[in-house]
Design a protein around this ligand. Structure first.
Ligand SMILES: *Cc1c(COP(=O)(O)O)cnc(C)c1O
Length: 376
């Protein structure tokens, strides 16, 4: 079977291998069969192994939904009655975490920090000192809107020094940038299958400490469908996802996991890094400037400032590239005036060279002068 290969430079879903795509073509099966529960048990263990967790202490809980569901689950499930969450807010994804707190009416501190630099540890420490009732600290590992990396190990240490649980959104780093859940002081992290794992959409997972999930049993049940203890408990008792799981997506994720181990953590990170280097080099050759200083980037997303050339049009450049098999992505609110090129997925540096040949043609077709012009 021939499947057209598209190069996705958006921040997920990512380009997948054909073997992962084809792993979805399986005989029909009822997900309540023991055979299917066994597949999920193996996948859950592997998800913990990816972040070097000890399976006696850490577990992976699967959910049917996109990555935002895991943010929702962690925030609504892990906050005891009468306590506060501290949201380290320096990008669009942590802004989303603040919105989740608001929509549940969760007591929280919105620690709003600049979007163009890593979270200021002194500000976090100060907020923790001023609020002794913080029981959960939340931060985003890689703010995918800008590609900014936050110092999660240090943030986790600050949370732990105050007896708070540390939750970090690793959706756009998991299975790409190496993570050691315990050494990195992470109690809970999360991702969805279509990003670093290079599998399909619809399956997401929270990875974290069993003892803390068990301790949350009697916390307020703020959601019926999306409660962490409830789904964990169902896995422990029956091996099943409580409500219907995304069956074929699970098969694809298992194949993607095999390919993850075959490529290897270090080799995979090296490949993503080579892709990102090729992106930086291609941008620089055309005169493009990035929004975040190089040393503050997580190495997976380049947020590029749109040039001031009056002929620049993201839509026209996008459409030109899209028609030729390359997908580029707009910026996010709060970082308007940017577009993004990402290094996720089953792609290599050669694909980026091919992309820049097309991108240059797109700029020519729009009449954008090179090198591109900035007025400020
Ligand atoms: C992709 C992503 C999510 C999840 O977004 P969905 O649109 O729900 O898939 C959450 N956090 C981060 C940092 C992400 O990159």
């Amino acid at each position: 079977m021939e499947i057209k290969r598209n190069i996705l430079l958006n921040p997920g879903p990512a380009t997948t291998t054909d073997t992962v795509k084809l792993a979805q073509l399986v005989p029909d099966i009822c997900p309540r069969e023991r055979e299917f529960a066994g597949l999920m048990a193996g996948l859950r263990e592997d998800l913990v192994r990816v972040v070097h967790g000890n399976p006696a202490q850490y577990t992976a809980v699967l959910f049917c939904g996109s990555g935002t569901l895991c943010m929702d689950v962690c925030l609504n499930s892990l906050l005891p009655e009468g306590k506060k969450a501290l949201i380290v807010h320096n990008g669009a994804y942590s802004a989303r975490a603040v919105e989740i707190c608001r929509s549940y009416g969760l007591p929280h501190i919105d620690l709003a920090l600049p979007y163009d630099r890593p979270a200021d540890l002194a500000a976090v420490e100060e907020a923790l000192r001023a609020n002794s009732d913080v029981a959960l600290v939340y931060a985003t590992h890689n703010e995918t809107g800008t590609g900014l990396l936050n110092p999660v190990r240090e943030l986790g240490a600050l949370a732990h020094a105050c007896g708070a649980v540390f939750v970090t959104d690793t959706t756009s780093t998991y299975a790409m940038r190496p993570i050691h859940i315990e050494e990195d002081n992470i109690d809970f992290c999360m991702a969805s299958a279509q990003k670093g794992l290079m599998a399909m959409t619809g399956l997401s997972f929270v990875i974290g400490r069993r003892d803390l999930i068990e301790a949350s049993k009697d916390y307020p049940r703020r959601s019926y469908y999306a409660n962490l203890f409830r789904q964990y408990d169902c896995f422990e008792r029956t091996g099943e996802i409580e409500f219907t799981p995304p069956v074929q997506t699970v098969y694809a994720a298992i194949q993607a996991m095999k390919e993850y181990w075959a490529e290897g953590e270090q080799a995979k990170w090296a490949r993503h890094s080579q892709v990102m280097e090729a992106i930086h080099a291609g941008l620089e050759a055309l005169g493009f400037r990035e929004a975040i200083r190089g040393e503050w980037q997580a190495g997976l997303v380049a947020a590029v400032r749109c040039p001031d050339d009056p002929n620049w049009s993201f839509e026209r450049v996008h459409d030109y590239c899209y028609a030729r098999g390359f997908t580029i992505y707009p910026g996010k609110a709060g970082t308007a005036g940017t577009f993004r090129l990402c290094a996720l997925g089953a792609i290599g540096a050669g694909d980026i060279e091919d992309f820049f040949a097309v991108f240059r043609q797109a700029l020519d077709a729009c009449g954008v002068a090179l090198p591109v012009r900035y007025d400020r």
